[in-house]
Design a protein around this ligand. Sequence first.
Ligand code: PLP
Length: 377
Amino acid sequence: MENIVMCDLKGQYLKIKSEIDSGIQEVIDTTAFIKGEAVTHFQQELGTYLNSKHVIACGNGTDALQIALMALGLKPGDEVITPDFTFIATVEVVALMGLTPVLVDVEANSYNMDTVALERAITSKTKAIIPVHLFGQCANMEEIMRIATKHNLFVIEDVAQALGTDYTFSDGRTVKAGTIGHIGSTSFFPSKNLGCYGDGGALFTNDDALAEEIRSISNHGMKVRYHHDRIGMNSRLDTIQAAILRVKLKHLDAYNQARIDAADRYEQLFGGCAQIKTPSRATFSTHIFHQYTLLLLQGDRTELIKYLSSKGIPAMVYYPVPLHSQVAFAEYQKSARNRDFPVTDLLCGSVFSLPMHTELTAEVQEYIAATIISYFE
Ligand SMILES: *Cc1c(COP(=O)(O)O)cnc(C)c1O
């Protein structure tokens, strides 16, 4: 069996090598390393792909979330609601901004924000909600937007794991994840569904005024050069990264389809295996499988992962520690109203993710599935 990896960036690169290499070389030839043409083109192309009026590229996905919070003009002490089961960046920026993170549990099926818990967590101090479209599938945005409208709250969608996912409203309208809330924010970290070859991120919005704020914040708070209207950041997408992303954006739908096909194959191979629960798929969202995450229903996860490793199969745990148990957030949890997160606790103790990428072959998947099934026998 070949060397099995969680994410095969090398194999993916080799298939588009000449396009990527010439894109990079072009940037070097122009020496427009910052704010070069490729950045403008990429923003336009991603805007067209998402059907979003404004796309503003920035330095990484964490910055994108921070810039979004800054653009909303929130004040210290304002509460921002995030799911308990996500990557740390989502809640980290809330705390960094002097805002109060309020965690809510996730749903047992989708692993996305529980909308009942969300509505229960709202107080007069709540100003914004950050739903995360975890592992490649949308949170229940129709319900989240209903709640947000009712309570007059901003919504920032964290689309870092779901760029290209389709969301369908009950009236049949289908839009791209990240274009439903007031602002969408994403990451182009190399292993994301649309990844560059370093750090990168972007924000999307259909709101002209927010777009202007976001542009200014990500560029030192200026609209006119050397005239600083507000305190901003230095967060830009390098031109070389934009050139790479322009090439990869053309392949994004095919890349996401390759992941969906691989997930379908896993699903079939695991059919009937009583010890694991395969990912569920919501009716209102496609699932582009940033991660293929199983829930272990019986047995010891550490033992299983050790066994898989001995057979040359990598497996990762996203995420082993709930945000509410993170040392860095202990202070917030002491004063938190809600300290009960049964679903997140269960998931952190029992989920594990298998190799999932655009180059995964049926042969490798058959080997992985057979190894797991035989472990249980
Ligand atoms: C990757 C990720 C981020 C952060 O992106 P970076 O580009 O690494 O800063 C934020 N939120 C989620 C859900 C992510 O998966």
